[in-house]
Write a protein that binds this ligand. Structure first.
Ligand SMILES: *Cc1c(COP(=O)(O)O)cnc(C)c1O
Length: 428
């Protein structure tokens, strides 16, 4: 038995499914998950000493690659000063100031430990601030695993959601309305029917949890306009896109296309922790004043604003602000995507791909999908064969067709070329 198989067997004895987050188990693609021993720049090295070009980057956080010297130094210095105090530290202010400087739609921010926690708190805040119970989410968008978000569409717009997970009660799902992404008519109808009861709409502005699907411009305009007209808050879940698609995040990208555009509440995670457990949500003073200890919306966390995690996040945010960082990352990601499209075309494989900043997605279909249903109509067997061929060739892509890909500053032109060479053989 291989070392990875051996570890997987051992893991399954003590951890449900052998993993601490389901997608790691390779259930979608089959086969044995690789147990990672260490990371090094653009690479991860498994328990058998095999090296892979890493296009997951911990699902987004590792924008600088693994073991960036400046981040390592900041983290080890912080660890020497203490792991956690349960009392405020100056570094929390520094990180908050850094985030707010880059995200002008927010005036205040609260630090937490995971994206799940941040989106959960953002929705509670929206409900507390508006005094309304219901909210809209979109099929294919993931906002963490709190009860009210593990919900699928009911049968029509008049019915609210049904749980997608055992253990979630119909009560917890009953205020969640699930709509189709990029469907303006459906959104308008939902607001016409329920507008006065809606606290918020939560959306991934570029949906990375159905691979890579952009909110269309008319859809984004309708979101903003309908929320404002009906007094609902627009929540941007930028846990994945934040500081990943650009220094101004996805909201900056849309503000460039729609003058004056901004969300009401924003949620960040992944990159802002640089690989450590850290996330955040923020908004205007007017909205944030509802949060405890100022207001009646309760929210707390023993490890929130953790001194080591904030050091990691700060060092990461400082690196990505260096001149030319995103230009170089974007150009490299674009070269990868263009290369993949070219290789597929040469092989006569139906293929489409898109990217923004250091985030990309590709589909084994001729045109970019606009919603979850189309994404899931991908030829799954073909994707799985491609995934495993690439993995065997030393390229670690996301092990599911509905996940995005990530390029880091550590990826070299040679890594991109090696990836395209592997794709040329794998797509045959
Ligand atoms: C990863 C992710 C989350 C959940 O974050 P965790 O830190 O895994 O809890 C929420 N929203 C989006 C868009 C994500 O990509």
């Amino acid at each position: 038995m291989s070392k990875n198989q051996d570890l997987f067997e051992r893991a399954q004895r003590v951890i449900p499914g052998g993993v601490n987050s389901p997608v790691r188990a390779f259930r979608a693609v089959g086969g044995t998950p690789r147990f990672i021993k260490r990371g090094e720049g653009a690479y991860i090295i498994d328990a058998e000493g095999r090296r892979y070009i890493d296009y997951i980057g911990s699902w987004g956080p590792m924008i600088l690659g693994h073991g960036h010297p400046a981040v390592l130094e900041a983290v080890t210095a912080a660890a020497r000063e203490g792991f956690s105090f349960g009392a405020p530290t100056e570094r929390e202010i520094e990180l908050a100031e850094e985030i707010l400087k880059l995200v002008p739609s927010m005036e205040q921010v609260r630090l937490v430990s995971s994206g799940t926690e941040a989106t959960m708190s953002a929705i509670r805040l929206a409900r507390g601030a508006t005094g309304r119970p219901k909210f809209i989410k979109f099929e294919g968008c993931y906002h963490g695993h709190t009860d009210a978000l593990l919900v699928k569409a009911g049968s029509g717009l008049a019915t609210f959601g049904h749980p997608t997970s055992a253990g979630v009660t119909p009560g917890a799902a009953q205020d969640t309305l699930v709509l189709e992404y990029n469907n303006v008519a459906q959104l308008e109808e939902a607001f016409a029917q329920h507008g006065a009861e809606l606290a918020c709409v939560i959306v991934e502005p570029i949906a990375g949890n159905m691979n890579f699907v952009r909110a269309s411009l008319p859809f984004m305009q309708a979101l903003r306009e309908l929320c404002s007209r009906h007094g609902a808050l627009l929540i941007f879940d930028e846990v994945m896109t934040g500081f990943r698609v650009g220094l101004a995040s996805a909201q900056g990208h849309y503000a460039g296309l729609i003058p004056g555009f901004k969300p009401d509440i924003s949620v960040f995670g992944k990159v802002i922790g640089g690989g450590m457990p850290l996330a955040a949500f923020g908004a205007s003073h007017e909205i944030m004043k509802h949060l405890a200890p100022l207001g009646g919306v309760y929210q707390a966390g023993t490890l929130s604003g953790n001194p080591v995690a904030t050091a990691c996040g700060l060092a990461t945010l400082r690196e990505i602000q260096k001149p030319g960082f995103f230009e170089a990352l974007s150009a490299k990601t674009q070269r990868l995507v263009d290369g993949l499209v070219g290789v597929a075309r040469d092989n006569g494989v139906p293929f489409s791909a898109d990217c923004q900043g250091g985030m990309f997605g590709f589909f084994l279909m001729p045109e970019l999908p606009q919603n979850y249903q189309t994404v899931m109509s991908t030829d799954k067997e073909r994707f799985n064969r491609f995934f495993h061929a690439m993995l065997d060739a030393g390229v670690y892509l996301a092990p599911a067709l509905y996940e995005a890909g990530f390029v880091s500053a550590a990826h070299s032109e040679a890594d991109i070329a090696a990836t395209l060479a592997a794709a040329r053989t794998s797509l045959k």
